[in-house]
Design a protein around this ligand. Structure first.
Ligand code: EPS
Length: 359
């Protein structure tokens, strides 16, 4: 028994879609909690004017009845309000009538750092828009909706997950850093941290490399747009200290005084708080564009300039929280199984009782 997630949707297409499989029946979902996470993801200093167009709210097409999961695939939809401005340019079918609105002209100026160049080469595209639309971080709205469902499942076994910003543009005073970057028509990245409390020991496994919880968390975080680095616990700093200073000594009651491992040893949660960090590069859409080449002519040109964010690190904290919640929920489904939520929770209870002497 495991969780599955398939998402679909372009940034300016009709909607974003997430299909979640493997949920137990009987999980109560709170629409306001899902929408609250969607709203949190839209907030933050330095976001694009696009966020004034969108008011993300989840719609459910399948898998839920009267607020309870049915144990069947859950189909979530987050409409793109901005699609109203792109009905010709992003029409799923050959558009009818005269071109109008946005997205009517092919984009041929790839932005360094974006999907633009690699995407057109890989998929044999003439219009960079065909690559950038799906690569856009707009997609993270669908992922956050799925993450909110994962958090509801984790709450049934008393696990909670929360993400915060540590720095933006190398600074803890991020509005000032963002204002300065905006004034210079530049962009910023940053670092976020996600902590999960209440996770039992035993999520993930050393049995095979793809089972390792740290590897799974790293892949989930690296799967988020613009993330270029991930750390578990003290991460890179551990490479610079001796073993005597790197590990978390085990005390009676199996307690630890330190948590340098970030709650994961040998790819398995060890019962301590799970601590991960993700580093985001500065966004590649610059209002003062970098050098590029016009793919229509092969001549030097400036990269595409279009509406974008100065920084989206605060959004990343919410998306990273969703990613960690998703992976922990998936690992918990594998460990505790159950077709009904009660079975899942009972298996967790029985396991916690078995290891109760450790507490
Ligand atoms: C994005 C570019 C901007 C962001 C977008 C991600 O979109 P637009 O080009 O429509 O202004 O606002 O993020 C979202 C729409 C969102 O909801 O997070 C990009 O190129 O990745």
């Amino acid at each position: 028994m495991t969780l599955g997630l398939t998402t679909a949707g372009e940034s300016h297409g009709p909607a974003l879609v997430a299909i979640v499989t493997g949920l137990p029946a009987g999980l109560v979902l709170d629409r306001t909690a899902i929408d609250a996470d969607l709203r949190r993801r839209q907030e933050g200093y330095g976001r694009s004017p696009r966020q004034r167009i969108e008011t993300d709210q989840v719609e459910v097409l399948a898998g839920l009845r009267h607020g309870r999961t049915l144990g069947t695939p859950l189909a979530l939809v987050v409409p793109n309000r901005d699609h109203a401005n792109w009905t010709w340019g992003m029409s799923p079918w050959p558009p009818e009538g005269e071109p109008g609105g946005k997205g009517t002209k092919p984009v041929t100026l790839p932005r360094p750092g974006h999907a633009d160049l690699a995407g057109v080469l890989k998929y044999e595209l003439d219009d960079v828009r065909d690559a950038l639309e799906r690569a856009s971080a707009r997609h993270t709205a669908a992922f956050v909706a799925a993450g909110a469902v994962a958090k509801a499942l984790l709450a049934a076994i008393s696990v909670s997950v929360s993400g915060i910003v540590l720095e933006i543009g190398g600074s803890a005073d991020w509005p000032a850093a963002i204002d300065a970057a905006r004034a210079e028509r530049d962009t910023l990245g940053g670092v976020v941290e996600v902590r999960a409390t209440g996770a039992p020991p035993g999520l993930g496994s050393y049995a095979s490399k793809e089972d390792r919880l740290d590897g799974r968390l790293a892949a989930a975080l690296m799967g988020i747009q613009a993330v270029k680095g991930v750390e578990i616990g003290d991460g890179f700093a551990l490479a610079r200290v001796r073993g005597s200073e790197a590990h978390d000594e085990i005390r009676p009651g199996l307690r630890r005084d330190t948590n340098r491992a970030g709650g994961i040893e040998a790819g398995i949660s060890n019962g301590e708080e799970i601590v991960v960090r993700a580093a985001m590069k500065p966004l590649p859409t610059l209002m003062r564009p970098l050098a590029s080449v016009d793919l229509a002519t092969g001549e030097p040109a400036e990269a595409l300039v279009e509406r974008s964010d100065v920084a989206a690190v605060e959004a990343l904290a919410v998306v990273a929280e969703a990613a960690v919640a998703w992976e922990l929920a998936r690992a918990a489904r594998e460990k505790f199984g159950g077709d009904a939520l009660g079975d899942f929770a009972a298996a967790h209870r029985a396991y916690v009782e078995r290891i109760a002497w450790t507490r």
